[in-house]
Design a protein around this ligand. Structure first.
Ligand code: ZN
Length: 260
């Protein structure tokens, strides 16, 4: 059992046990921060604090799930960087490719993920779904009112099945996340394989693919990868950018890669 993060401890202190109870404005208020929605010029969200009080401003034009993540992100700054003001651009919030691990924007993002998708609730919910698919992820995302991408990252890293989430754009792999049961030796290829159906989502008109089986060497350069199959399923998240969920029918490939 992993220890609770600061965001999760806060949720537990408020008695929160269901996704529907994660009321971010109320949580912010409890923390001394008032949330206001307004037109913001050149940024997505900001926090200005003095003493124990803060005002969080959120772009009123944003999608509601984006706004929720932004409130969580600003509360992350309030928790970890109190005394400093932050003006956060769109690319600062929820951007997996930007900044190093201890960059304040990444720290704030991790806090937001813990607050919006707390593992002590997330694990109970995801254990109720018996298939690692985007249908599962989208259903969980709807319950928590969080983006598909944020939920997919959480699912890949902490869900009940070994899986890997890979993000591609037309220039190649952008980032990936793995479940702890997927060995480091399985490192996803930089370039999308032409045989993968993901290719049609990144470069073509397809919005998504069905879960299908493909040779492991389409995704991994490990020397034994061609002896095994993986399941792949892909959805488009923006023009020319896609998420692929890789899963395994059985764990032979994972065990062999772990041992080699
Ligand atoms: Zn920020």
């Amino acid at each position: 059992m992993t220890s609770l993060s600061r965001a999760e401890k806060l949720l537990q202190s408020l008695g929160i046990t269901e996704p529907s109870e994660i009321d971010l404005e109320a949580i912010a208020w409890d923390q001394g921060a008032e949330v206001r929605y307004r037109e913001l010029d050149g940024c997505e969200a900001r926090i200005i604090g003095a003493g124990e009080k803060a005002i969080i401003s959120i772009n009123s034009e944003g999608h509601d799930r984006r706004q929720r993540f932004s409130i969580g992100h600003e509360l992350g700054h309030w928790c970890y960087h109190r005394g400093r003001s932050f003006i956060c651009r769109k690319e600062d919030i929820g951007n997996s490719t930007y900044g190093h691990f201890n960059d304040p924007e990444r720290v704030a993002d991790r806090y937001a993920a813990d607050l919006l998708l707390p593992l002590y609730i997330f694990r109970l919910i995801t254990n109720q779904y018996n298939k690692p698919t985007f249908d599962t992820i989208i259903s969980v995302a709807d319950l928590f009112k969080v983006s598909r991408t944020a939920t997919a990252i959480r699912y890949a890293m902490y869900g009940p099945f070994p899986c890997m989430l890979v993000c591609h754009d037309q220039n190649g792999r952008k980032w990936f996340r793995r479940h702890p049961d997927v060995p480091d030796r399985l490192f996803p290829n930089d370039v999308l394989d032409h045989e993968s159906e993901a290719f049609e989502v990144v470069f073509g008109d397809k919005e998504k693919t069905h879960r299908s089986i493909i040779g492991g060497d389409a995704w991994f350069n490990w020397h034994c990868a061609d002896r095994y199959d993986v399941h792949e399923e892909t959805i488009r998240i923006s023009q020319g950018q896609a998420l692929t969920l890789l899963t395994w029918k059985n764990e032979d490939m994972l065990e062999r890669a772990m041992a080699s």
